[in-house]
Write a protein that binds this ligand. Structure first.
Ligand code: ADP
Ligand code: MG
Length: 473
């Protein structure tokens, strides 16, 4: 069965102020409708002004997605009535998006990017006593109104939902690496998923948050459309809504076409010219991207492409966590193994992302050191890690080993570690700096990880220069 899927991804850009006014985009601890002004409430006579940061961010996204950047562009009014849109039109880009004709490789597939454009987010509707199809009444919060969005539109290049998932993860990781989006903000990435089968009409499932939900919505649609085909009922072009509770999609409306929105040029905003200088400034501010980071992980830490990919494409914070652990504990292969095969599984099982979890570099490393020093068996560690992810407690505390006797004095611990690892000490003496991390890790394990790696490094150097170091093996 031939499946075709195309995505429209709306990413809230993490700017301080809104797209066309200076209201804050940070509404934490504020009541609904606190961050509003005549511009984002669409009062007659109010005049929008473009936030340049949002354009910078969109150019960055375009570059990272291998797109062509428009040299000149403008904004348009997309006209429709809906309570979340007080002006009766949304300021968006239609004829000329900021970026177009790019691609993103996921695994062995290349997904073409049709366009990236900038638009304003409408207000947030809160459906009371039901969902969008059944609510008794609706509340409107205009705090969100005017938040900058980048809409990323793919060509219908996906043939299965597995690739969709991989694409979304990689894209989100990329956006996080670019620093243009805050993944901890709920609903900061919202997806419209278009799907057709066997060359039939396509159905658009609108406004899905969460990658798992995108997959569920698409799987449901594929089964539904396939069923219709078998019963020889024609699939009509329509817009549907995904209901996360029943895991089904429901019809919202027969799909309108783009020209029905009656786009017109936005006369209150100037045409924007993106010259070479502007492009260069953005390009030079581009941070390391996921693909580059994967290559570096392979080079620097000796990971396989596969492991590096899992760590970097799953989540930027997972990649940061991995590097943080390696700084404390110089055994990247072990960090990667336990991260991918056990930590990530426990997190996934809890549907939790590392940034929102109780997992910390210091405590995770402690667990690895306990395995390493033989304090616990690997088999036991696999059980322990679940409890650790649950509670975030120090693994040593969970096991009940901590507390008695306190930490060994640093010099004593260094001497003990050195005596147990003569070969490593010799390598270090011979100038192989790489073993330093390993020795520090050992000393940390000895001292109940209370040591400061810098102080330990010093103590190890002192030891090397001291009389004891010369002891016969
Ligand atoms: P509209 O202008 O109505 O939004 P577009 O042609 O711009 O429609 O496409 C919107 C999205 O639908 C894009 O992500 C595109 O990849 C996807 N799409 C287009 N044709 C198909 C199809 N036959 N099957 C699945 N998705 C499709
Ligand atoms: Mg569309």
């Amino acid at each position: 069965m031939e499946v075709m899927i195309g995505l429209e991804v709306h990413c809230q850009l993490d700017t301080k102020s809104k797209l066309f006014c200076s209201d804050s985009t940070d509404h934490h601890g504020k009541p609904p409708n606190a961050d509003t002004c005549p511009i984002c409430l669409g009062f007659p006579g109010s005049k929008p002004k473009v936030n340049k940061k949002a354009i910078d961010y969109a150019i960055m996204i375009g570059m990272a997605l291998n797109c062509k950047i428009a040299e000149r562009m403008w904004f348009s009014r997309k006209t429709y009535f809906y309570p979340d849109l007080p002006k009766n039109f949304q300021i968006t880009q239609y004829e000329v998006p900021v970026a177009s004709d790019g691609y993103l490789n996921v695994g062995s597939s290349r997904i073409r990017i049709r366009r990236v454009h900038i638009e304003e987010d409408p207000a947030r509707l809160v459906h009371m006593g039901g969902d969008i199809t059944s609510a008794e009444y609706v509340l409107i919060d205009y705090n969100r109104s005017g938040t900058p969005l980048a809409e990323i539109v793919t060509e219908p290049d996906f043939k299965n939902t597995k690739d969709v998932r991989a694409f979304l993860q990689k894209l989100a990781s990329m956006l996080e690496h670019l620093g243009v989006y805050d993944s901890s903000e709920e609903g900061s990435l919202r997806i419209d998923a278009n799907v057709s089968i066997e060359g039939g009409e396509r159905v658009e499932v609108k406004n899905i948050s969460g990658f798992e939900n995108v997959e569920k919505a698409l799987n449901y649609e594929i089964v539904r459309q396939n069923g219709m085909r078998r019963m020889e009922v024609e699939v009509e072009r329509e817009t549907r809504h995904f209901d996360a509770e029943s895991r089904t999609t429901k019809s919202l409306r027969k799909k309108e076409t783009e020209d029905e929105y009656g786009y017109i040029f936005e006369p209150d905003l100037p045409e924007i010219h993106i010259n070479g200088n502007w492009m260069e400034n953005v390009r030079s501010a581009m941070p390391e991207l996921p693909d580059q980071r994967v290559a570096r992980f392979v080079r620097e830490y000796g990971l396989t492409d596969y492991s590096a990919g899992v760590i970097v494409y799953t989540d930027k914070r997972l990649a940061d966590f991995f590097e943080g652990c390696c700084r404390i504990y110089g055994r990247p292969a072990e960090v990667a193994n336990w991260t991918i095969n056990y930590l990530l599984k426990s997190l996934n099982w809890r549907s939790e992302r590392i940034g929102a979890s109780k997992v910390r570099e210091e405590t995770f490393v402690e667990l690895l050191q306990m395995i390493d020093s033989g304090e616990i068996t690997e088999r036991y560690a696999k059980e322990l890690i679940k409890e650790y992810v649950d509670s975030g407690e120090s693994p040593r505390k969970i096991v009940g080993m901590e507390g008695d006797g306190g930490a060994a004095p640093l010099e004593e611990a260094v001497a003990k570690v050195a005596a147990e690892n003569r070969a490593a000490v010799e390598e270090l003496r011979a100038g192989k700096g790489e073993v330093m991390g390993f020795l520090i890790g050992r000393v940390l394990a000895e001292t109940g990880k209370r040591g400061d790696p810098k102080a330990i490094r010093e103590a190890i150097m002192n030891y090397l220069n001291g009389p004891e170091a010369g002891m016969p093996r």
